[in-house]
Design a binder for this molecule. Structure first.
Ligand code: PEP
Length: 247
């Protein structure tokens, strides 16, 4: 059985003060669950967030990392630096990083290796543009992204893959539960071509305009083990997504 994983991506929102206030006001509610719940916060909020959730079952993650241990890479952060903050998870290859910061499949692959070597838990993001969805080439796009990302990597249960169609991120237009299941099941099939054992262990998430109204349908799907939530994770109402099974 794969444990459900509900993750919130705060993107470039919330200062340290706002982070402290969010957890001071809502931590008790968020802690009442039997799932893995992770907040991906901006780098500058990591220390505060880790301190805020210290006595709870909530984990904190970073939204990006550099693949080198150290060096002349101005503005970048290494796995060791992240570990020292107490962060346990790292997002890799989010579509906003691919689109605005030139992140390639090859960089995603290097980051995945660095994150696993450091003992952190990666969530690899993949997803097609609207044009690939409309032309029917989306499975080909996903296949390339997944195989490039995991090339030469011995996957274990720490790794999760989030299917996030770009046309559904921040648009309010989520993929239907059937569309999400089709791709998540396809991704599991791709992983099983590399390792049957890994394909049964790794968690596959859906992300893209998840909200308290559509979460139940999404989580009913056989190959969807959780969700990655952007906008809706910034508000206390995120707890309705985390506790979707109690509503
Ligand atoms: C995201 O940032 O990964 C995301 C899925 O955003 P949203 O939920 O706002 O679509």
């Amino acid at each position: 059985m794969r444990r459900e994983l509900i993750a919130g991506n705060w993107k470039m929102y919330k200062t340290q003060k706002e982070t402290k206030a969010f957890f001071d006001n809502n931590l008790a509610l968020f802690s009442q669950n039997d799932k893995d719940v992770v907040f991906f916060v901006p780098f500058t909020d990591l220390n505060q967030a880790v301190q805020s959730v210290e006595k709870s079952n909530i984990e904190i993650g970073a939204q990006n990392v550099h693949f080198e241990n150290e060096g002349a890479y101005t503005g970048e952060i290494s796995c060791e630096m992240l570990k020292e903050t107490g962060a346990k998870y790292v997002l890799i290859g989010h579509s906003e990083r691919r689109k605005y910061f030139g992140e390639t499949d090859q960089m995603v692959n290097k980051k995945l290796k660095a994150v696993l070597n450091a003992g952190l838990c990666p969530i690899i993001c993949v997803g097609e543009q609207l044009s690939a969805r409309q032309s029917g080439e989306y499975l080909e796009v996903i296949k390339n992204q997944v195989f490039n990302a995991v090339e030469g990597v011995a996957l274990d249960e720490r790794t999760a893959i989030a299917y996030e169609p770009v046309w559904a991120i921040g648009t309010g237009k989520n993929a239907s539960s059937m569309q999400a299941e089709e791709v998540c099941s396809f991704v599991r099939g791709l992983i099983s071509e590399i390792s049957k054992e890994a394909s049964e262990k790794i968690r596959i998430l859906y992300g893209g305009s998840v909200n308290p109204n559509n979460i139940k349908d999404i989580m009913k799907m056989k190959n969807i083990d959780g969700v990655l939530v952007g906008g809706a994770s910034l508000k206390p109402d995120f707890v309705k997504i985390v506790q979707y099974d109690k509503q």
